[in-house]
Design a binder for this molecule. Structure first.
Ligand SMILES: [Zn+2]
Length: 217
């Protein structure tokens, strides 16, 4: 799952418009932003495995720090606490913590059984929607566009940067998403890790766009 997580980040804006879209993106995608760093450090492991599922040609061999349920709950709490400490906004902190955890819940629905509950010798679970490409794409589009229209309904552009910047961001998401699905599998694990790091572009773009928009209320 890729843009589905960003869809959650967009939709969360409705719950608290004071939190920037950029911060919501970091929260909803937190464990997938952490993952490429852990891959590069050799702490977590992935293999390219064409055909392992219909939607994603990757075997997530080991990723207990970023993607085990216990750790994700912990990351959620930590994320909320740091936000609360910096911004003194309890409501925003709780919503952000839930966004972090939402990532694992969505992953659970789509991943084949590769998600551990805890680090160590844990059973691995996943409902496997990735076994159907059509269902995977439909679900993710539904979540993403719910997010897009929710965000757009609670904020409005202050200037052209806020309107054009927002819609370009959405188009950019869709291009990258479909290139991932229909393009060739990644050439190497290093390439996977680096393209994971490129997600920060979306985060920076989101902060900039959000600055040029304001709450409709
Ligand atoms: Zn993930």
């Amino acid at each position: 799952m890729f843009i589905g997580h960003f869809g959650v980040g967009l939709a969360a804006k409705k719950a608290d418009t004071r939190v920037s879209m950029g911060t919501y993106f970091i929260a909803a995608q937190f464990i997938d932003l952490l993952w490429p760093i852990l891959l590069m450090l050799g702490i977590e492991k992935v293999e390219i495995a064409e055909g392992i599922s219909k939607a994603v040609p990757l075997n997530f061999v080991s990723y207990p720090v970023s993607h085990s349920l216990i750790m994700v709950l912990l990351w959620g709490v930590l994320f909320g606490l740091v936000y609360k400490f910096i911004k003194k906004d309890t409501k925003g902190a709780i919503i952000l913590a839930l966004c972090v955890v939402s990532h694992w819940v969505l992953d659970l629905i789509v991943h084949i059984p590769d998600l551990p509950l805890y680090p160590g010798n844990s059973p691995k679970i996943g409902f496997g929607l990735w076994n159907s490409l059509a269902v995977s794409i439909t679900l993710e589009m539904l979540i993403f566009f719910t997010g897009v229209f929710t965000y757009n309904s609670v904020t409005k552009a202050k200037n052209r940067k806020g309107s054009v910047g927002f819609w370009l961001l959405i188009v950019f998401f869709l291009i990258i998403h479909f290139a991932n699905i229909f393009g060739p599998p990644p050439p190497s694990v290093t390439a996977i890790a680096w393209s994971g790091q490129l997600q920060w572009i979306f985060v920076i773009w989101a902060y900039w766009t959000d600055k040029n928009r304001t709450s409709r209320k």
